[in-house]
Write a protein that binds this ligand. Structure first.
Ligand SMILES: *[C@@H]1O[C@H](CO)[C@@H](O)[C@H](O)[C@H]1NC(C)=O
Ligand SMILES: *[C@@H]1O[C@H](CO)[C@@H](O)[C@H](O)[C@H]1NC(C)=O
Ligand SMILES: *[C@@H]1O[C@H](CO)[C@@H](O)[C@H](O)[C@H]1NC(C)=O
Ligand SMILES: *[C@@H]1O[C@H](CO)[C@@H](O)[C@H](O)[C@H]1NC(C)=O
Length: 389
């Protein structure tokens, strides 16, 4: 009996010992397993993030990297300008924005694609073939006075100021004249070329302007549902018969184009630019000179080849076309106005928000840095190739 007890107890302790052995082994195995998984994960993470970084188009990487302080210090003028606007800047991650009319805009929860400033990866682009050097023009001598300023100059000054406040890149391009097409076509190859050096290009006609200097463009991109898949975004025209394509679909206004760099975007802009050749789209030839030129060509042909809402984003006429004072109440130009109704508005609005001295200072800054901000492409010939913007 005692032997049995002893053997039983010996058996129990043996089992316990064996269990302890097994549980220690188990713990060791688990630790090993997790350790190994972590190791694999970390190397995979490294690999995956390298791939992601590689895929990310960022040609202007050095300039765009705001996280690194070692980049050259800001010019004192810019530093002052940014400091002035900094307190009123709307945060990219603030979903809500209330307009002066009292409309509350909210970014959809699923649309927070842009979280960081794009910096110089985003280019604000102005172009014209008729840039003059008289007083009152962008290329004119300082001072740029209220008496002299031209409507188009006031629009461009709005774009330039917006770009400087937010640290975007800016170019004014003197485009070459094309004997075979109406002048408005030149924006198509220019945007395409600019996308070779920038990830995003925002082109505006000189009678279109930003309504809120304090609202970052990344915020607007989120509002409009632009994301990594988007090739381009444009606002709708007022929906009247003259603004519809032959299927009754309202045209998109090419006086305000946002485009994102990708191979597919390059291809789309090539199709668009080649449209009047009639090779891909037989009926496109007459849009070379007939109104509405490149706008009609895009609306009647090019956009039909892409997925709307994914490849192409249409911005409502309310948000990105027309203006507050225009009779069509569906086209309020809330964020970007287009003053086809009253072209003097660009001047009025510029001086509503800036005093004369600030306009002069800003223009002088542009003038002193023309080697950066101005590209004279006058001598290029069509088809435009390899123009560095
Ligand atoms: C940049 O440098 C300043 C001053 O040295 C520092 O306060 C700031 O946190 C730095 N910013 C970044 C993003 O490293
Ligand atoms: C900033 O850039 C310098 C040189 O380009 C590099 O040595 C440094 O590690 C970078 N710093 C950060 C915080 O990325
Ligand atoms: C977001 O912006 C609105 C102004 O449109 C402001 O009233 C609100 O305080 C901001 N919210 C945050 C969290 O900054
Ligand atoms: C945001 O959400 C509203 C309501 O759900 C929808 O009508 C609108 O199309 C959405 N906008 C974008 C840009 O996704």
């Amino acid at each position: 009996m005692a032997g049995l007890v002893a053997s039983v107890s010996g058996g129990w302790s043996g089992i316990v010992r064996r269990r302890r052995y097994w549980s220690m082994f188990g713990i060791f195995a688990i630790v090993l397993f997790f350790g190994y998984s972590l190791f694999i994960l970390s190397t995979e993470y490294d690999r995956v993030s390298k791939i992601i970084n590689y895929l990310k188009p960022n040609k202007n990487n050095a300039e765009a990297d705001n996280s690194n302080n070692s980049t050259e210090p800001l010019d004192p003028f810019l530093e002052q300008l940014r400091a002035k606007y900094k307190p009123s800047l709307h945060r990219i991650d603030n979903s809500t924005f209330v307009t002066v009319e009292g409309y509350t805009y909210k970014v959809n929860d699923t649309n927070h694609y842009f979280t960081e400033p794009l910096g110089k990866r985003l280019l604000i682009l102005d172009a014209d073939s008729r840039l003059e050097t008289e007083p009152g023009h962008m290329l004119g001598p300082p001072p740029l006075t209220h008496e002299d300023i031209k409507r188009g100059t006031a629009g461009m000054m709005n774009h330039f100021l917006y770009a400087m406040i937010h640290g975007y890149d800016y170019r004014l391009v003197k485009s070459p004249k094309d004997p075979n097409r109406h002048g408005t076509w030149s924006k198509v190859p220019l945007i395409r070329e600019a996308l070779k050096t920038h990830d995003f290009v925002v082109f505006l006609d000189s009678d279109a302007n930003f309504q809120y200097y304090n609202l970052p463009y990344e915020w607007l991109l989120n509002l409009w549902g632009v994301n990594g898949d988007t090739l381009a975004a444009m606002p709708e025209d007022p929906n009247s018969p003259v603004n519809q394509d032959s299927n009754g679909w309202v045209l998109w206004n090419t006086g305000f184009v946002t485009a994102q760099q990708s191979e597919r975007t390059q291809d789309m802009f090539n199709r668009w630019d080649n449209c009047p050749s009639g090779e891909r789209y037989k009926e496109c030839k007459h849009w070379a000179f007939d109104w509405a030129h490149e706008q009609a060509a895009f609306g009647a042909f090019v956009r039909y080849e892409y997925e709307i809402g994914k490849d192409l984003v249409s911005i409502s006429c309310m948000d990105g076309n027309g203006a507050r004072y225009i009779a069509d109440k569906k086209c309020g130009g809330v964020f970007v106005s287009h003053h086809w109704g009253d072209k003097d508005q660009t001047i009025k609005q510029l001086y509503n928000k800036l005093d004369g001295q600030s306009v002069e200072d800003l223009h002088r800054y542009f003038h002193d840095n023309q080697q950066t901000f101005y590209v004279n492409a006058e001598k290029h010939t069509y088809p435009i190739k390899d123009l560095t913007i």
